[in-house]
Design a protein around this ligand. Structure first.
Ligand code: ADQ
Length: 502
């Protein structure tokens, strides 16, 4: 059997279908949204295989199995649910994944709750995923595991005797050594990761951080010159690479050009006439930098009074994880800032500087916001990639949008040539970027957005899947071209403020 003929086994925290109560008391399924599902389901259909994950319901009944079986029908692959209890969800998902790994890997170690009970639950649940994989897979299957909830899975599978290739992709950043060292289970976790054969990161930044941790903490390995190959003492080789994830840009573009979106975007612009519409769209999450963004917007309105009555910031926040105290506090902080800023600047003529939307949008409304906006303000404190930045560019079909992007988003590496990059902690720098974006001549907007759109189109999610699967069968990743890299430099900062694009 050639590598390309191996069945594909995708493993992620959640299955790619959402179950909800149906009319006859049973459950109905619909495909989840998001690029990963769009990109991977066709590959699964083509190669055959299985997707392993939690179905989103803690009461595991026959109705769950029936709904999952009917979701895929005769598509050539099937869904294998991992049954998790409410207690598992509390310790493994809300606990270790979201109160330890999520903040730590986003450099926010002071927000971590290193509760040992969480760690035990994380180990147990990774074991449960391994059990399902063992019962669902054949010897020659190619197993591709996704994200920070399943860092221990390869170690669990090896312990059970699995020798076939295991690959892993981390969707969030990997932290620098000094921060990683705070983790009480740092050696176990790093050793467990080295049981994978291929480890993929979003950016070279993350890859470098990981290799620095391996080089410093694991003394019985050697590393190839370009940091893409780790030689293990048992003769095994672990390959490490950067694979920046993309979006289905053509689909976003098509939808942005649809009559329904054009009508919705026209309505949005007509309701706020003669305004520069600035858009922020984020899940409720402290990594997305929403409070600092609002503060930077306040600085912009104070320092550049010409912006008053000329700009409106539409901040969309999608509810998320609001059972965790830090997320509830974040929501209150955002509401307080929106209230303060609107209280300070709202004018009798009807101008309200911030429109705040707190709910999930359906895809049509989201694309209409992207299309209607003149400026996107995407300023995470740290982000694996950030797909909102790419989606905005794909939907800016008239090439008249400006992207202001945090240099700490993984997307900065590919979008650095067209975006205005900002340090989200620098309130005045971000305020100046807002002012600059509002005053930017149409020709410069077009030039920049064309560069951005080209980058987003070129690096689609389909290319990402193919690139990763190609790397899985390549013997030497050092022969692969490196993706774009971004590091702030004094020279770039100078260019940022003082020069026009060629
Ligand atoms: P996320 O942290 O979820 O993903 P992001 O990359 O920004 O972050 O993706 C968010 C997704 O949610 C986008 O596809 C967007 O369309 C959707 N969305 C945002 N606002 C919405 C709204 N109001 N209504 C409906 N949908 C909305 C993790 C990592 C990222 C990495 C991705 C993919 O944290 O860094 O880019 O995985 O690898």
């Amino acid at each position: 059997m050639t590598e390309r003929e191996r069945r594909l086994v995708v493993v992620s925290n959640r299955l790619p279908f959402v179950l909800s109560p149906g009319p006859d008391g049973g459950l109905v399924s619909r495909p989840g949204s998001g690029g990963l599902v769009t990109a991977l389901l066709p590959v699964l259909r083509d190669r055959g295989g299985v997707w392993v994950g939690w179905p989103g319901i803690t009461d595991h009944t026959e109705a769950v199995d029936a709904a999952l079986a009917s979701a895929t029908g005769k598509a050539g692959y099937h869904l294998a649910p991992v049954a998790l209890t409410a207690e598992d969800q509390a310790g493994f998902y809300h606990g270790f994944s979201n109160e330890v790994l999520w903040p730590l890997f986003h450099d926010l170690q002071s927000l971590c709750n290193f509760d040992p009970v969480y760690w035990r639950s994380y180990c147990e649940v990774n074991h449960k995923y391994a059990q399902v994989i063992l019962s669902e897979t054949y010897k020659d299957d190619f197993v591709w595991v996704h994200d920070y909830q399943l860092l221990l899975l390869a170690a669990e599978l090896r312990r059970a005797g699995v020798t076939s290739p295991l690959a892993f992709f981390l969707h969030i950043p990997f932290p620098p050594l000094d921060i990683y060292l705070k983790l009480p289970w740092r050696f176990t976790l790093l050793r467990a990761l080295l049981e994978y054969d291929l480890i993929g990161f979003q950016t070279l930044r993350d890859q470098r951080n990981f290799m620095h941790c391996v080089r410093t903490l694991i003394d019985d390995v050697s590393i190839s010159h370009r940091s893409s190959q780790i030689h293990m003492p048992d003769g095994r080789q672990v390959r490490v690479g950067s694979f920046p994830i993309g979006i289905d840009a053509a689909a976003f573009q098509r939808q942005a050009r649809s009559p329904a979106v054009i009508a919705a975007a026209d309505t949005l612009r007509a309701e706020l006439p003669n305004r520069e519409l600035i858009l922020g769209v984020d899940r409720l999450d402290y990594t997305k930098g929403i409070p600092l963004r609002l503060e930077a917007f306040r600085v912009a309105l104070r320092q550049f009074p010409d912006l008053q009555e000329r700009v409106t910031l539409i901040q969309v926040v999608v509810p998320s994880r609001d059972d965790i105290p830090q997320y509830r506090d974040l929501k209150l902080r955002i509401e307080q800032l929106v209230g303060e800023i609107n209280g300070e600047f709202t004018r009798p003529g009807g101008w309200v500087p911030i429109h705040y939307v707190y709910r999930a949008l359906d895809r049509l409304d989201l694309v209409a916001y992207y299309r209607a906006a003149h400026i996107a303000l995407v300023t995470p404190l740290k982000d694996g990639m950030n797909l909102v930045a790419k989606e905005f560019c794909a939907c800016s079909v008239d090439s008249d949008g400006v992207l202001i992007l945090s240099e700490f988003a993984g997307a900065a590496a590919q979008l650095q040539h067209g975006a205005l990059l900002v340090n989200p902690y620098d309130l005045e720098g971000t305020a100046e970027a807002i002012h600059r974006a509002c005053a930017m001549p149409a020709a410069e907007r077009r030039r920049r957005m064309q560069l951005l759109r080209r980058a987003v189109n070129r690096q689609s999610v389909f290319r990402w899947v193919n690139g990763f699967l190609e790397a899985a069968i390549a013997s030497d990743l050092d022969a692969f071209p490196l993706p774009d890299d971004y590091l702030p430099s004094a020279e770039a900062e100078h260019a940022y403020w003082d020069t026009e694009l060629a």
